[in-house]
Design a protein around this ligand. Structure first.
Ligand code: NAP
Length: 406
């Protein structure tokens, strides 16, 4: 197995505590879990900056508690609302717009940047953090899906460190720790199967948004919850694993494990499997990254294996959930194809979240977008961002023909 995407800091090189953090996507599911970790260990972490999108109320609450010197939001209206909600005497700098996230990602004083904006909007800040040589706790899997090759190059150039927050990749990271990469045979990603596990296409024709948002095990943001229900999340994670661990797509297997207790496994040359188990709570992976290479206690009940009783496994149903196949094919087709896959998926999920298209239109929109793409340059961030924008326009136009009320 080739090399991990970035260098790993030797324990003696790791930033001392208290670590100074920039949290991008602070108002999201990952961001709020990260702040729970910080709150549990105030002596270990100092929050330098918090970036939200449009949720001024939550960002103001977080700012009141953690008192960062800097805040960022997506637009001027949100910035005004935020300012009104801050207490007298506390006047952090408030930055606005996509450039604000890029600036915070490269903040010179920061020891660690949590990249937890959702979607392709997370790419430019992730890339900026890597270019600035930061340690990046990476939740935004879309960054790697779109530009894993550029991020690998930039890590080599600057010495930046990537620590994977996604629970599956964090599990692999832990299972690979101290192992010789040449002994690895396969990486095995587990998938919960989502709310529609075991259902066929006939059933999926009429499923509602509320059903799709009702994930059996994990509490997450809306976009990733829908990705989980279509299995696109697992497809994006296969691509993420290829980039993180430098493996071929054929070396990344997936298995449905409905209990979400085993977060992923590494298979070695001798047939051994090393698995990572834990409660399905993102605080564990987040804390592992924030405190790396130390482990810190978390306010979570220990896993009661006897109460869980059985751990089961099954093959993913690629006929009912074609998104996993589409992601694998896109990765194999060329460097630009995953950007098209991701853009079409984000457009389709947004339309589904607005109840403008039925569930089964999601994979159709993605498949059509990939079929129409011949491949193009993806050699720079600018190439990729331009392709992302163009693919969104095309996917919206194609989906508009069928989206009710669009
Ligand atoms: N949730 C999980 O358990 C989980 C697990 C593994 C990986 N991940 C990955 O982590 C990332 C975040 O997921 P999430 O579930 O935390 O998402 P989420 O709950 O939807 O939160 C998204 C965050 O991004 C902000 N945001 C949205 N659009 C933005 C934009 N255009 N520019 C800047 N900020 C923007 C949101 O701000 P506002 O809400 O203030 O508008 C919010 O802070 C995703 O890439 C996801 O795949 C999540």
């Amino acid at each position: 197995m080739p090399q991990y995407i970035s260098r790993l800091p030797a324990p003696e090189d790791a930033a001392p505590f208290p670590r100074r953090l920039v949290l991008l996507g602070a108002t999201g599911s990952i961001g709020t879990s990260a702040l729970k970790v910080v709150a549990a260990h105030p002596e270990r972490f100092e929050v330098l900056a918090l970036a939200g999108g449009r949720n001024a109320a939550l960002l103001a609450e977080q700012a009141k508690e953690f008192r960062p010197a800097c805040l960022a939001v997506l637009d001027a209206a949100t910035a005004r609302q935020l300012k009104e909600r801050l207490p007298d005497g506390y006047e952090p700098e408030i930055l606005v717009g996509p450039e604000a996230y890029v600036a915070l990602a490269a903040l010179p004083e920061a020891d660690l940047v949590l990249s937890a904006i959702v979607g392709a909007a997370g790419l430019a800040p992730t890339y900026a953090a890597v270019k600035a040589g930061k340690t990046v706790a990476l939740a935004n899997k879309e960054s790697l899906v779109l530009a894993g090759h550029l991020i690998r190059e930039a890590c080599a150039e600057t010495g930046a460190v990537i620590l994977p927050v996604d629970s599956e990749h964090n599990a692999l990271f832990q299972a690979l720790s101290g192992e010789n990469p040449r002994h690895v045979r396969r990486l095995i990603l587990t998938a919960s199967g989502g709310p529609f596990r075991g259902k066929d296409r006939e059933y999926l024709k009429t499923v509602s948004l509320a059903q799709a948002l009702n994930h059996p095990n994990w509490s997450m943001g809306a976009k990733i919850t829908i990705d989980s229900s279509t299995l696109m999340n697992k497809g994006l994670e296969v691509i993420e694993a290829c980039h993180l661990y430098g493996v071929a797509v054929s070396d990344v297997a997936t298995v449905v494990h409905p209990q979400s207790i085993i977060h992923s496994l590494v298979e070695f040359a001798d047939g051994s499997l090393l698995a990572h188990l834990g409660p399905p709570d993102m605080m564990i992976a987040i804390a592992y990254c924030l405190a790396y290479p130390e482990r810190v206690a978390l306010p979570l009940a220990p896993l009661d294996l006897a109460a869980i009783g059985r751990l089961t496994f099954e093959e993913p149903d690629l006929a009912a959930f074609p998104c996993l196949r589409l992601a694998r094919e896109a990765y194999g087709a060329g460097r630009s194809h995953p950007t098209v896959l991701n853009a079409a998926n984000e457009v389709a999920v947004e339309l589904f979240l607005k109840e403008r298209i039925p569930f089964l239109r999601i994979p159709e929109i993605i498949e059509d977008a990939l079929a129409a793409h011949d491949g193009c340059a993806a050699d720079s961030l600018e190439d990729i961002l331009a392709l992302d924008a163009d693919s969104r326009r095309r996917a919206r136009a194609a989906a508009g023909a069928t989206a009710a009320g669009n």
